[in-house]
Design a protein around this ligand. Structure first.
Ligand code: CO
Length: 461
């Protein structure tokens, strides 16, 4: 039988989904050399929210964090998650900045870049995929999975074929909300296998409890790699468990080249870390349970809890069921964007506004306006004409790629602005990605260093 490979997510997605990416490098440093021998296809350890969190909450230089992980795991492919033309955030960057960011990610230790776009607009994937290949790393072209009348198998296959033309090494089906059913996964993997000759990677979350079944059906259809988390950091809003899948798949006759003793050592190492975050309240045991609301409402679980907190703040919980009915309507009006960040927030806020103000689209947020102008890329389906007219008036939506309208000298300007605060191009890229927090991080670092220098000179005098 065929082989199934594993990407371990404890350092990135499990860390992000369960404990808001609060794990410090020093907390997991001691297990990296062991993880290096486990036999993983790759370890996802960077990108996503890790970069922001390192600078904002952990006082860590994200680039140094990556170099440190690489030094301890030289034999394992390190993987990062990149939001195409948005890099690690929600704003679009010029092609020059995107290329430099990819170059530096690879130079500092990344082997595989998983590249996705919230709207599945290939124009937002092209620059980063091509640059990844140019740098000699592997590009994983990604489908942001969602269901809607316009998200057909044919559309997904077209996207996959376009990514194949761009030179991707693998195709990843990314189900960020954990809503992909076993049947849907089976059909999608089968359709992709028929269309292209590329390895298929599956990514899901256990939020609705479908994960294990979805992976199994995907593997039966020919998927090659699955994303899993060491068991004590698995389940709920995180990935399905590594050890459980290794056990079950082997019994079914699949070849699984993971070292069980090492998997146990890795899990034993992370258990007290998990317990610490439960004790200090960062890990809410609620996120570890199964939430089937997403299956009933066709709205991701995280978005439902956002809607509830929005309504509570406005003392309007009695309108909850109206907002739940309005949400899919707004999504349809906007051309069925996948309900993932940042679209889930936009659609949720707009649905709430439509219900509470008593008139649909009476108030429209800045982000929805930018979306309608085409700044995020093309909507997957047709946007309602009347709403487009109501919001934009005579203003015309953008025709070409939004990135082309951006200042190509962004990098040089940032470098000049930072002056001696930036010691490397990596520092400049940190600043471009997260201006305020990177600036205060770099300023603090400078103060610390000056302090150290004075301290070492004084005793000599
Ligand atoms: Co995820």
């Amino acid at each position: 039988m065929s082989q199934v490979q594993f990407t371990e997510t404890v350092l990135r997605d499990a860390n992000q989904s369960l404990i808001a990416t609060r794990m410090e490098y020093t907390e997991f440093e001691a297990i990296l050399e062991t993880m290096n021998k486990a036999g993983y296809y790759s370890v996802e350890c960077w990108g996503g929210a890790t970069f922001d969190s390192a600078l904002r909450f952990l006082s860590e230089d994200p680039w140094e964090r990556l170099r440190n992980i690489k030094a301890k795991m030289p034999d394992t492919k390190l993987q990062m998650l990149l939001r195409g033309q948005n890099l690690l955030g929600y704003k679009h960057y010029s092609d020059d900045v995107v290329k430099r960011f990819v170059q530096k990610s690879v130079a500092n230790g990344i082997d595989i870049i998983r590249i996705f776009d919230a709207l599945n607009d290939v124009r937002n994937l092209k620059t980063s995929i091509e640059e990844t290949k140019k740098c000699g790393a592997m590009a994983s072209g990604t489908i942001s999975y969602t269901t809607s009348p316009v998200h057909t198998l044919e559309k997904f296959v077209t996207l996959v074929k376009e990514m194949e033309k761009m030179g991707v090494d693998t195709i990843c089906i990314k189900d960020m909300a954990g809503i992909m059913s076993p049947q849907e996964c089976y059909s999608l993997v089968s359709a992709i296998k028929d269309a292209v000759d590329l390895p298929i990677v599956l990514h899901t979350h256990m939020t609705t409890g479908l994960g294990f079944m979805t992976y199994l059906k995907g593997i039966e259809a020919g998927a090659d790699v699955i994303d899993t988390a060491t068991s004590c950091f698995s389940g709920g809003t995180s990935q399905p468990s590594t050890e459980t899948l290794a056990f079950a798949l082997r019994q079914l006759g699949y070849e699984v080249n993971l070292d069980d003793l090492i998997l146990k050592e890795v899990n034993d190492f992370f258990k007290p870390i998990r317990d610490k975050y439960i004790a200090n309240g960062v890990l809410d045991p609620l996120v570890l349970s199964t939430d089937s609301d997403a299956l009933n409402y066709q709205i991701p679980g995280g978005m439902i809890s956002n809607l509830i907190s929005q309504l509570k703040m406005q003392n309007a919980m009695d309108r909850f069921s109206e907002v739940l009915t309005e949400t899919p309507k707004v999504r349809a009006d906007l051309g069925y964007p996948p309900l993932v960040t940042p679209m889930s927030q936009m659609v949720g806020v707009q649905a709430t506004n439509n219900v509470l103000s008593g008139e649909r689209y009476k108030t429209v947020g800045r982000e929805v306006r930018s979306y309608l102008r085409g700044e995020y890329g093309a909507a997957p389906g047709k946007v309602d004409r009347k709403i487009l007219q109501m919001v934009l008036g005579d203003e015309k939506p953008i025709k070409g790629r939004y990135a082309l309208t951006l200042n190509p000298e962004e990098f040089d300007k940032a470098k000049e602005f930072l002056g001696d605060l930036a010691k490397s191009d990596e520092d400049v890229l940190s600043y471009i990605a997260f201006p305020q927090i990177a600036e205060s991080f770099l300023a603090e670092r400078k103060i610390k260093e000056e302090h150290t220098v004075r301290y070492t000179i004084e005793p000599i005098e």
